[in-house]
Write a protein that binds this ligand. Structure first.
Ligand code: DG2
Length: 248
């Protein structure tokens, strides 16, 4: 039996401001930092101990991981970072207020952009300063891998090879793994591990800073999955995420 932990970063500045973030590199709020430390405390209390960690190339996930590991006295473990764990690219929506966008285009349209499996938000122009090709951290990526927008299907397509090639083999050799990433990049892995259909993934919302444990058998099939922490608080946090895309 293998156990892996998925952790969405703590509240970011743009989560607080309710803006579409995607590949925009925003930092954690103070509340987000506290959530990250608290996640570490909860994990330690539940007896978790990690051998290796994986995260994106984005500050909010990197810092969440560091703060979480620090509060577990595990700052020394190896951390592997990849753009493949980055948040789904939100295209031309990046920077816009989610509620204002819903007021302008309708709740239904925003739900499609946020949660549909295969309909991407409007794409960025290559000349747009938000295009990842303008960010030196992605300088080594092949041009074709640099997104102008992504739907969840695109995110699954880039995340799963990394899961198969880098993360899964470590788990199989007995390493205890934590993955600190983002709402939608983690929904990609969630969909795969929990075998969620393209239709049902629309209803899955992952809250910030709450450790999500997957228990897998030797065939890497999910036996069960659950959040650590108060179930009521988890439920409320999931609903709050769902409601972020509604007009006020
Ligand atoms: C959020 C997710 O990403 O937003 O890109 O706005 O997890 O990095 O804060 P994260 C964003 P929703 O898809 O839940 O609107």
């Amino acid at each position: 039996m293998y156990k892996i932990v998925l952790l969405r970063h703590g509240e970011s500045q743009w989560n607080l401001e309710n803006r579409f973030t995607g590949w925009t590199d925003v930092d954690l709020t103070e509340k987000g930092e506290a959530q990250a430390r608290e996640a570490g405390h909860v994990l330690a209390k539940e007896g978790f101990r990690f051998d290796i960690a994986f995260t994106s190339l984005q500050t909010r996930a990197n810092r969440t991981l560091n703060l979480c590991l620090e509060s577990m006295n595990l700052s020394f473990i190896p951390v592997l970072k990849s753009w493949r764990l980055n948040e789904r690219h939100y295209g031309a929506l990046q920077g816009l207020d989610k509620s204002e966008t819903a007021a302008k285009y309708g709740d239904e349209q925003v739900l499609v952009w946020r949660r549909s499996y295969d309909i991407p938000p409007p794409a960025l122009e290559l000349t747009d300063e938000r295009f990842p090709g303008n960010d030196p951290r992605y300088a080594d990526l092949p041009k074709d891998d640099l997104p102008q927008t992504e739907c969840l299907k695109d995110c699954v397509a880039r995340f799963l090879p990394y899961w198969d090639m880098e993360i899964k083999p470590r788990v199989a050799e007995g390493k205890s793994v934590i993955i600190a990433a983002h709402g939608n990049s983690l929904r990609s892995l969630y969909k795969h591990l929990a075998k969620v259909s393209d239709e049902d993934i629309i209803g899955v919302n992952i809250p910030t800073g709450m450790p999500l444990v997957f228990e897998l058998n030797e065939k890497f099939e999910t036996e069960k999955f659950y959040y650590l922490g108060d179930p009521e608080a988890v439920k409320k946090a999931m609903e709050a995420v769902a409601n972020q895309g509604k007009a006020k």
